[in-house]
Design a protein around this ligand. Structure first.
Ligand SMILES: *Cc1c(COP(=O)(O)O)cnc(C)c1O
Length: 401
């Protein structure tokens, strides 16, 4: 991409992507050919002088205009979009103000009254509330299925009515895995994957035949707890189809957050590897504790889908969950007792965070919905950061005691 003119946002750099490892691509992705600064350049401007009225008229209707008006597009945001498109093996990408901005943009931008959506029941709390609460209000019906069951999505598809199949893998907060080949084999409805917990370095859902992949880049991709950002990637036609609603929805990514998103992508590989290793080390230590009923991480042999997880993901992130025998009180007490770890929501940053979903991220769900997504009162979610694993294990053990 060339930031000095209104060239298409998503043109790929000249080298052959398939010859490079994803970690290497993450260093160069989204860097405009004419950019000689190593760090991205931030365009804060919301508006640009037009060469002519005719040019302005064209830009107002172009899905690629980076220098027209901030809500339509921005060169720094487009650099981030190009980087994500390249890492996902996609033709194009569109960034949003948050992960939920992207999810709402995809669902409400592509589905209309009378349409039907098949979604998995293991979902991020906000996505669940949008699908179960907001969609019916707009006349969009949603059927929830068990995303870990092979063929479950396809079975629920109503021919001629199902517009979208929505999955999340690994799913929040229990790390359930959806078989991407199974999902990608569904033809007809638009298949969508929330790949936030994987990141583009863990898996590339589009390679499995899925139509759209989206992320809360607020998490591991930006990776420093300083950007609220979302992104969707897929074929140009589909990304263009999102454009009209996105411009009206107004959940456009801020150039500053896109800048931090780009910076985060450069170090995503080593951060993810360290966070995944920390999660496995802590998980093994927890598995040896009698107060811990079960531990979930796709890198642990005890994960019920360990074989699928090993086959499908290049690496695993730092999100880990476990169930305490003492239920609600034990979960709340653990989160209060950590000293090095922080009791805070979100994940993928340098600091290790612990949450108690039943009283925070999933607090908006009814007890039935909670039980249905496998969250018990004693479930604790941990987002392992970049601290030394020995220090983290020591903190977790003193909090358990
Ligand atoms: C955090 C999260 C979201 C929402 O992203 P925001 O950036 O907070 O809007 C969506 N999906 C998953 C899996 C998440 O973890």
């Amino acid at each position: 991409m060339n930031t000095s003119s209104n060239t298409p946002a998503h043109s790929l750099p000249n080298h052959e992507p398939s010859e490079l490892q994803p970690e290497t691509l993450a260093i160069s992705a989204g860097r405009p050919d004419d950019q000689i600064s190593m760090a991205p350049v931030m365009f804060a401007s919301t508006t640009y002088e037009m060469g002519s009225l005719e040019e302005g008229r064209k830009m107002a209707h172009s899905t690629k205009a980076g220098k027209f008006y901030g809500r339509h597009g921005n060169p720094t945001v487009q650099a981030f979009e190009s980087a994500v498109a390249e890492l996902e093996g996609a033709e194009a990408a569109r960034a949003y103000a948050s992960g939920m901005g992207a999810i709402a943009g995809v669902i409400l931008g592509l589905c209309s009254k009378g349409d039907h959506i098949v979604a998995q029941k293991q979902l991020y709390g906000g996505t669940m509330q949008l699908l179960a609460g907001v969609c019916p209000r707009f006349g969009i019906d949603v059927t929830f299925v068990d995303g870990t069951k092979l063929g479950a999505f396809a079975e629920a598809v109503i021919s001629g009515r199902t517009m979208m199949v929505f999955a999340e893998t690994p799913a929040n907060p229990l790390l359930d895995i959806v078989d991407l080949d199974d999902l990608g084999s569904i033809k007809g409805p638009i298949t969508v994957v929330d790949s936030t917990l994987s990141t583009p370095l863990g898996s590339r859902p589009l390679d499995h035949g899925v139509n759209l992949v989206l992320h809360s880049a607020t998490k591991a991709m930006a990776g420093h707890n300083d950007a609220t950002l979302g992104v969707v990637a897929g074929e140009s036609d589909l990304i263009d189809a999102l454009w009209g609603f996105a411009v009206l929805q107004g959940a456009c990514a801020s150039p500053f957050d896109a800048l931090n998103g780009l910076r985060g992508l450069r170090t995503l590989g080593p951060r993810l590897r360290q966070q995944g290793a920390n999660a496995v080390a802590i998980g093994r230590a927890l598995e040896a504790q009698p107060a811990v009923l079960s531990v979930r991480h796709p890198g642990l042999e005890s994960h019920p889908q360990f074989e699928l997880a090993s086959r499908q993901y290049r690496m695993h992130g730092g999100v880990l969950s476990f169930e305490l025998a003492g239920g609600l009180d034990a979960g709340a007490k653990f989160v209060r007792s950590v000293k090095l770890c922080h009791a805070a929501t979100s994940m993928g940053g340098p600091e290790t965070l612990v949450t108690h979903p039943a009283s925070t991220t999933h607090a908006g769900m009814t007890p039935e919905e909670l039980a249905d997504s496998g969250i018990t009162p004693g479930t604790v979610r941990m987002s392992c950061g970049l601290e030394h694993p020995d220090d983290l294990i020591a903190d977790v053990m003193q909090a358990l005691a």
